[in-house]
Design a binder for this molecule. Sequence first.
Ligand code: CTP
Length: 323
Amino acid sequence: MPESKPIRIWVDGCFDTMHYGHSNALRQAKEMGAYLVVGVHSDEEILKNKGPTVLKNKERYDAVRACKWVDEVVEDAPYLTSLEYLDKYNCDFCVHGDDVTTMSDGTDCYSVVKQAGRYKECKRTIGVSTTDLVKRMLMRKINPEGTRAECDHEYIQDKLEKFNDNKLPKDGDKVVYVDGSFDMFHAGHAEYLKQAKELGDFLIVGIQGDDLVRQIESTYPILNQEERALSVLACRYADAIILDSPHQLTDEFISKHNISIVVGADQSIINRTKAETKIIPNQDIGSKSIIARILADFEIYQERNRKKGEKAILEAEMLAKEK
Ligand code: CTP
């Protein structure tokens, strides 16, 4: 009997400020086959069809590349999904979330693949979108301290279970530990985790709770702990996570998790643990820089959110503040 060919899947999109909704779409798509090719549109194509992006080409391409369910990234993929592209990358069908995505002229981006019977849907993740994250960042203008981000805990818990591979280190594995807030997870975080992972065999990532982040940064993170954990779990370099990670890494904590080396961004790490430490400086792009970009272009983004029907909250709050 001839061996059946492994199913190859195509997914495309903007993946701007890549979030756990995007990762969850990629996770579901990968479950439908053996190999996942992800086409990412260029800034120019997105500008023509949807509007300006927050993160630029390379930042978005690299963020998708770091996702553990992605096998290959195709840069500058066309906005209208074509059979030529599916064939060029040997993909059997295309997967997209269960919402309609249109070109600037109103055409359904998936009309061609739908007609050809080469289209499948996955479930869109509720409670997160690029627009929603921009809105959360804009709120910083009004309330710099922020508030703890709300979410449907039961819904997110289900996603946490689906994202987590429950990996354990093997006997003799050198365990590396790094902690942080990992807010607005981006390509810089992924590169950081990659370098940390290279120091050993198994990487544990500690996710700081919302209150600890507030203590350290004087502001709540944009995403709450569970949402931040999802983005870390979606990253190919993280083997396991520890929620509510402590600031002080006691001997008991180090030995409980069999940690050989603790990674930090600067000298302060040596005051937090007696274990062996290694400094890996932060990458150029940081969560703070993403938030700063949004706040610097406040009017542009507020307009973008207004177009997306998100106007009420922000405007009301701004007016209340002015009075
Ligand atoms: N997606 C999803 N759940 C979300 C957001 C996006 O499943 N909450 C899916 C989309 O359906 C698509 C893929 O992620 O299959 C890439 O989405 P993208 O092209 O980046 O655009 P949007 O759907 O507009 O995402 P966002 O609202 O975050 O901009």
